[in-house]
Design a protein around this ligand. Structure first.
Ligand SMILES: NC(=O)c1ccc[n+]([C@@H]2O[C@H](COP(=O)([O-])OP(=O)(O)OC[C@H]3O[C@@H](n4cnc5c(N)ncnc54)[C@H](O)[C@@H]3O)[C@@H](O)[C@H]2O)c1
Length: 264
């Protein structure tokens, strides 16, 4: 049995817990959930982070970038594997250096809301990647940021057609749109260079689905992936499929999905 604790009981963490408790991955026991507020009704106990680290083999972060930056090293140094959902935390090169120096626990990042990452990793190991970009289109309300003044918030909220509200490097996106950076950071990690990734964010009042267009030109080939996900009912900033990506990643780490041929 592999013992697993989840950090975060939100739009991603809850369905992950339900899937694991329901037996989605063989030989996994969920020890508990760590959350910064009371979780209410939940099929596993709410526990403190110290207890999760003490009694789990794998910690699954579904809470936010701060959890990775504040607790990542501690988790890895305790010899626990860490599966990260908030990939945007890894846009900070100093943090990445500290996490890579920590251990013996291993660090993994789920593919989350996007696909094609496997091919980009292969392409980056085959030769140079010359260009990479991510264009994300979401409902305007999901792109509002606390730093925006009232006039900017209103302009974004009231937009009647697809409008580019940010264009820049992944590093700049990390600063201005931290919650929208997870996909850009994942692509940056896949191609081995976050600086390479050009990010464009589009506010579209007609965007029933959240879309990510990922493009890359490399020695190995030229790639274009278009992903269109339904938002999670619990949190429209998150795509509903992400919890399933987390369960899939976990099954790759610790076992195999029940009743399925695993695509790795
Ligand atoms: N990789 C991807 O494709 C992808 C996609 C969407 C979201 N994400 C990441 O996943 C995270 C979770 O997304 P969500 O939609 O479930 O968010 P959510 O807001 O619905 O849930 C987050 C939960 O974590 C808890 N939490 C927050 N900070 C905490 C802390 N320091 N300690 C313990 N608990 C804490 C909150 O109380 C909440 O219950 C996001 O912050 C984002 O960084 C990644």
């Amino acid at each position: 049995m592999t013992k697993v604790s989840i950090i975060g009981a939100g739009a991603i963490g809850r369905p992950v817990i339900e899937a694991l408790v329901g037996g989605a991955v063989e030989d996994v026991e969920v020890v508990g959930v760590v959350n910064d507020t009371p979780v209410g009704e939940c099929p596993v106990p709410q526990i403190r982070l110290a207890k999760a680290i003490e009694s789990s083999d794998v910690i699954v972060e579904c809470a936010g970038q701060a959890v990775v930056s504040v607790h990542g090293v501690e988790i890895l140094e305790a010899g626990r594997d860490l599966l990260i959902t908030s990939a945007g935390a890894l846009a900070d090169p100093d943090l990445v250096a500290r996490l890579l120096a920590a251990g013996p626990g291993r660090m993994f990042v789920t593919s989350g809301a996007i696909g094609g990452i496997d091919l980009l990793v292969s392409a980056a190991s085959h030769g140079a990647v010359h260009r990479a970009s991510v264009t994300t289109t979401k409902l305007p309300a999901t792109l509002l940021q606390p730093w925006m003044d009232d006039a900017t918030q209103e302009r974004v909220r009231a937009t009647t057609e697809p409008t580019t509200i940010f264009e820049g490097s992944a590093a700049e996106a990390a600063r201005y749109f931290p919650r929208s950076l997870n996909v850009a950071a994942t692509v940056g990690l896949a191609v081995g260079d976050l600086e390479l990734v050009e990010v464009r964010l589009v506010a579209d009042p007609g965007a029933e689905l959240t879309s990510h267009v990922i493009e890359a030109d490399a020695d190995a080939g030229s790639y274009r992936f278009e992903i269109r996900n339904h938002p999670s009912a619990a949190n429209p900033r998150t795509s509903g499929v992400v919890s399933r990506a987390v369960v899939r990643s976990l099954s790759m780490l610790v076992g195999r999905p029940v009743g399925a041929v695993s695509i790795v």
